[in-house]
Design a protein around this ligand. Structure first.
Ligand SMILES: [Zn+2]
Ligand SMILES: [Zn+2]
Ligand SMILES: [Zn+2]
Length: 272
């Protein structure tokens, strides 16, 4: 399966707006990070989206530049569209950098509704923010989304894949990570309870957040913590996401890390 990193930045992206630090002024495109999100292509050819942040539209424009030729074409009125089929969006939590782009799923949902899979309190918040999408007589042109409540430890099936939601802690807030086969996707975590660490045993590819080097943060683990988790779980490889300017230059920081644990970057694709 192909895994696409759409965005690898923290909630405000990199560069931080207005910041004059060397990382924010870097000319290396690897140091420019949109808000964290990703796509996984299932063996059916259809996609699972991990969160849908405010950069989703920009990320899909980039994605289509690279993969547009593979996307199915379909008519919309007098126009022809070409977009990948996204079956479902797995929501980790309701912070704006993870749900702020849901309305931009509109064109992707023209042909079929998209399953929005979230925990009950998150689903309720999405429903109240976007009530126009869920009324019996929905606003014309609104995205076709179906809200689906999921729970940690209760698996669900998407495109023939077994998806297991896992509890992780985002500071004080309980949020979700996901395991699909030997892949795990965890963002915005500080700690994971013992049962989630147990459920991560056997994961080969870990995608996990690490905000920056050295300085602790109340609601995000550091790059050092992500490296330690990769070691603890004994994964083959780990990719670090949700990075801020404190992560340093992409190339410099990666040179300091063990070769099997690296900072991800926007546009990176891996086979899992
Ligand atoms: Zn976030
Ligand atoms: Zn900066
Ligand atoms: Zn968050």
């Amino acid at each position: 399966m192909r895994f696409h990193f759409l965005g690898t930045g923290t909630s405000i992206g990199v560069p931080h707006l207005g910041c004059q630090c060397p990382v924010c002024r870097s000319a290396d495109p690897h140091d420019r990070r949109l808000r964290t999100s990703a796509l996984l292509q299932a063996p059916t050819g259809k996609y699972i989206l991990f969160d849908c942040g405010p950069d989703f539209r920009q990320q899909m424009l980039r994605f289509q530049q690279r993969h547009g030729a593979e996307s199915p074409h379909f008519p919309v009125g007098i126009y022809t569209y070409s977009l990948p089929v996204i079956s479902a969006c797995l929501i980790t939590h309701v912070h704006y950098d993870h749900v702020g782009g849901l309305d931009d799923l509109r064109p992707v949902s023209y042909q079929h509704p998209i399953r929005i899979c979230a925990e009950a309190p998150v689903a309720r918040e999405i429903h109240s923010h976007m009530a126009y999408c869920f009324r019996e007589k929905a606003y014309p042109g609104a995205p076709h989304l179906t809200l689906e409540e999921i729970r940690p430890g209760e698996g669900l099936s998407i495109e023939g894949l077994d998806v297991m939601p896992l509890r992780v802690m985002h500071g004080e807030a309980p949020i979700l990570g996901f395991r699909i086969g030997t892949l795990a996707y965890i963002t915005d975590m500080t700690t994971a309870p013992a049962e989630s660490l147990e459920a991560l045993r056997g994961v080969r590819t870990l995608i996990v957040n690490g905000l920056r080097l050295q300085r602790p943060h109340p609601t995000h683990q550091r790059i050092e913590d992500a490296v330690a988790l990769a070691e603890q779980l004994g994964v083959d490889r780990a990719y670090i996401i949700h990075l801020c300017h404190g992560a340093g230059f992409h190339a410099e920081t990666n040179a300091l890390l063990p070769p099997h644990v690296q900072l991800a970057y926007d546009g990176l694709e891996i086979d899992v």
